[in-house]
Design a binder for this molecule. Structure first.
Ligand SMILES: [Ca+2]
Ligand SMILES: [Ca+2]
Ligand SMILES: [Ca+2]
Ligand SMILES: [Ca+2]
Length: 293
């Protein structure tokens, strides 16, 4: 393409102060791909690492459990419209393989079994061309994101799902999501967490074929103290306003030293959590980027 450019056009580019070699000018879709690859608001955590088991009721929980990431495929992008419009919606998909390490023998010894995890993570984003073609990423910026949704990619039937998620500081609603298709403005629609303040996450979940009681275990991941993962309860404990109403809660003081500036709700099937031999990993999660005030 550069070789076809006329001398006059090239001079125009030069006098405009364009420092880019015309041969390397990227298309809108190339700029958008580059931006999405590098954008912290688009990346989706693998929810790996250790955490709290059961908030002091640990005998009813595995002695230990944690995910360890094995591999992640590069992000895939599905363009939902032609970026020539100046606004573009993109579905971002990323798969992962991991090990679900689970130790159900309460013997003081770390002797976990391993269940294979194959998950797909998905979020939609809206980008807008707000700057000039010569600006970074061709002037494109990410303006809105949906939560990241985690689903099984293993071929097993998923039976546990997050249904809603809300974050509060006292009585003040900081952020909520009732449908994972909801877009949130990156500028002023994401939860802002101030280190040291007390916040509460509430969530509702679903099991499509409950067998055990309780049918699932619910956890929050985020800038929490001591562990980035904590058990959420519906027993009226630790910020849970009403026991047994189907709303699971966890309340904590935002940990300023945390590296985990997102909040995710993670539901695991009891069938997965009650043994360490069966190939039955079943979990669903929603995660949203959190901003630090
Ligand atoms: Ca053990
Ligand atoms: Ca409750
Ligand atoms: Ca099982
Ligand atoms: Ca299941």
């Amino acid at each position: 393409m550069g070789k076809l450019i006329t001398a006059a056009a090239f001079m125009t580019l030069m006098t405009m102060g364009c420092v880019q070699d015309p041969e390397t000018v990227l298309s809108d879709s190339e700029n958008i791909r580059d931006l999405l690859q590098s954008s912290g608001s688009v990346a989706m955590t693998p929810l790996d690492g250790q955490g709290e088991r059961g908030g002091g009721k640990d005998a009813e929980f595995p002695e230990h459990w944690w995910r360890s990431l094995t591999s992640e495929e590069p992000m895939e992008f599905i363009f939902e419209n032609d970026p020539a419009a100046g606004v573009c919606t993109v579905t971002v998909i990323r798969t992962l393989e991991a090990a679900f390490n689970i130790d159900v023998t309460h013997d003081g010894v770390l002797n976990p079994g391993v269940k294979p995890v194959s998950d797909i993570r998905c979020r939609r984003v809206i980008l807008q061309r707000t700057g000039e073609e010569t600006d970074p990423h061709g002037g494109w910026e990410v303006t809105h994101i949906t939560p990241a949704v985690f689903s099984l990619n293993s071929g097993l039937e998923q039976q546990v799902y997050v249904q809603s998620m809300a974050l509060y500081a006292g009585d003040e609603l900081l952020w909520e999501c009732r449908s994972p298709d909801t877009f949130y403005s990156v500028k002023d629609g994401l939860p802002v967490l101030e280190p040291g303040t007390q916040v509460r996450v509430e969530a509702e979940v679903l099991h499509t074929n409950p067998v055990y009681e309780p049918p699932y275990y619910v956890y929050v991941h985020g800038p929490c103290p001591a562990w980035p993962r904590h058990w959420m309860n519906d027993e009226g404990l630790w910020g849970d306003i009403a026991a047994g109403d189907g709303v699971f809660s966890y309340e904590w003081y935002v940990e300023g030293t945390s590296d985990h500036w997102f909040v995710a709700v993670d539901v695991l099937d009891a069938d997965t959590m009650l043994d360490q031999e069966e190939d039955d990993y079943d979990s669903g999660a929603w995660g949203i980027l959190a901003l630090r005030s």
